[in-house]
Design a protein around this ligand. Structure first.
Ligand code: ZN
Length: 261
């Protein structure tokens, strides 16, 4: 079984500041344990969900915005608790690891030196965390080096699309994924540059045709516009089962199907 836990489903500056939804990212458990985009609230969300951060094998950060990385340094320290020597893997774009122009880096040299492996990932590149295969996918967003992730688990492929606007280049690599996680910052009729709206998510889901589409990174306007209704709109227009994720929502999946816990 592979398990996904939504440690946070909020996104954008206002929701991050108020924590009306947590911004703790997503936790993947398979042959390895991976924390994706540990923004503010990660630590309390881990505690709420009874996940021990000292067991994490890798941290993946999609881009250098605080709602995606702020808790990463303490979680890197967590990966080495009780063990001698370096431990853990960090996978992130150039901006997060070394800095790019005025953006980043997000991780201090002290913390990078605690890790066994620091891997810079760009779109189209693939690397492994144990048996899991991680491919960087393109995104068009404020961080020019930002990426999404396509993760091949023992039970099929998960697409974690990070903040981006819609384009064919962004959609294409995710075709074939079983589970499509989309950052839908904006509801119907309120598209802004650099982000996905409800209409964009519907188009995306229709092209990828996953078994399920999960909406996260919900911005304030999205939260004020009934995320469940937005999810229904996407499902009706794309024909893809769609759910607006909630904080602490967890699901397990294997080759038989997907089960919400
Ligand atoms: Zn962002």
């Amino acid at each position: 079984m592979t398990k996904l836990t939504f440690l946070g489903t909020g996104g954008g500056r206002l929701v991050t500041l108020t924590q009306e939804r947590s911004t703790g990212g997503i936790y993947l458990e398979d042959a390895r344990r991976i924390h994706i985009d540990p923004g503010p609230g990660s630590l309390s969300a881990l505690k709420r969900n009874h996940i021990d951060p000292t067991w994490t094998d890798a941290i993946m950060i999609s881009h250098c915005h605080p709602d995606h990385y702020t808790d990463a340094e303490i979680l890197i320290e967590g990966m080495s608790v009780g063990r001698r020597g370096r431990r853990g893997t960090l996978i992130a774009p150039l901006s997060v690891i070394r800095g790019k122009g005025s953006i980043g880096p997000a991780i201090s040299r002290y913390h990078k030196e605690k890790l066994r492996s620091v891997r810079t990932l760009g779109p189209g590149n693939t690397l492994r965390v144990g048996p899991l295969e991680i491919t960087g996918t393109p995104s068009t967003h404020g961080d020019p080096t930002g990426i999404g992730f396509k993760i091949t688990t023992s039970n099929g492929t998960i697409s974690y699309v990070s903040d981006t606007e819609l384009s064919d280049a962004v959609i294409q690599p995710h075709i074939g994924s079983r589970i499509l996680i989309l950052p839908v910052t904006r509801p119907l009729r309120s598209r802004i540059p650099g982000h996905l709206s409800t209409e964009d998510a519907s188009f995306f889901a229709e092209k990828v045709r996953p078994e399920i589409c999960l909406l996260n990174h919900l911005g304030r306007r999205m939260l004020r516009s009934d995320p469940e209704m937005q999810a229904r709109w996407i499902e009706e227009h794309s024909g893809v089962r769609t759910i607006a994720a909630k904080d602490d929502m967890a699901l397990r999946f294997d080759h038989e199907g997907i089960v919400f816990l």
